[in-house]
Design a protein around this ligand. Structure first.
Ligand SMILES: [Zn+2]
Length: 130
């Protein structure tokens, strides 16, 4: 296989010196994992506020819903974003970092095992009788 020579451009400086510049075609870089995650979150919903997150943690007793530890809790998507889950509080459960990592991309709802769990119902303005 024969390699093609890169395109070059010669620049003449006011002092008379010549510079040869190799022109490289622009190839966009893949966005970072953080940026790709933020893009998935933006596409999947509106998210939640810090106050809503604290309320959710308090609802489940400020404990990890899997192991019961009361250490730093992180929001875990019950249905992961990559599996099409919404980035909304209705899809969030508080887990410790270890349990969140262990759960990975599995769809496991630890909320249903908790006493204060109330299944999400469809939005209703009262006229359906619910
Ligand atoms: Zn845990």
């Amino acid at each position: 296989m024969r390699l093609t020579r890169p395109e070059t451009k010669t620049i003449v400086l006011p002092s008379g010196k010549l510079f040869l510049i190799k022109l490289v075609p622009f190839t966009p870089r893949k966005p970072s994992a953080y940026k790709r995650r933020k893009q998935r979150e933006a596409a999947a919903g509106i998210g939640w506020t810090a106050a809503e997150w604290r309320t959710l943690c308090a609802k489940y007793g400020d404990h990890c819903l899997n192991c019961g530890e009361s250490i730093l809790l992180v929001p875990d998507h019950v249905t992961p974003l990559v599996s099409g889950g919404p980035h909304a509080l209705s899809n969030i459960q508080p887990l410790c970092v270890k349990c969140n990592f262990r759960k990975g991309l599995q769809i496991i709802d630890y909320r249903s095992k908790h006493a204060s769990y109330e299944p999400e119902t469809a939005d209703c303005d009262g006229h359906c009788g619910a």
